[in-house]
Design a protein. Structure first.
Length: 128
């Protein structure tokens, strides 16, 4: 989540690294869920770089993150042998769990961001 304040490219790279890591260790469905991080990370970063606040960016990213991961499970579950009804229920639970995970991660990211922001600002200004 902190990559959002570095820039869209950094947010995409972090999401892609996570995607490839999960693909290598946990398979295509988890990797597809991880790929959703590329989408919401880039969207949130673009929002921040157009003048939006980091807090609002994290809130804007929440539905993209939660719905995206739920749709991945719902859509890919049957392809990998999960009964359609089970995939629907699993997709819903994944979406709800992702809301909780996103909010917890956002709180942690905000705390870290506030702590490092004074050190980060000179680096970001010198890069522009």
């Amino acid at each position: 989540m902190l990559a959002i304040v570095i820039g869209p490219s950094a947010a995409a790279l972090v999401g892609l690294a996570s995607t490839f890591g999960f693909l290598a260790t946990l398979g295509p469905v988890i990797a597809a869920r991880a790929f959703i991080h590329v989408l919401w990370g880039v969207a949130a970063s673009i929002y921040v770089f157009r003048g939006g606040s980091y807090v609002k960016a994290l809130l804007i990213a929440l539905p993209i993150h939660a719905i995206g991961e739920g749709l991945v499970v719902y859509g890919l579950g049957p392809i990998f042998g999960v009964v359609k009804v089970a995939a629907e229920v699993a997709g819903l639970w994944v979406s709800l769990g992702t809301v909780a995970h996103h909010l917890i991660d956002s709180a942690i990211s905000l705390a870290v961001y506030r702590a490092i922001r004074p050190m980060l600002l000179p680096l970001l200004k010198s890069g522009s």
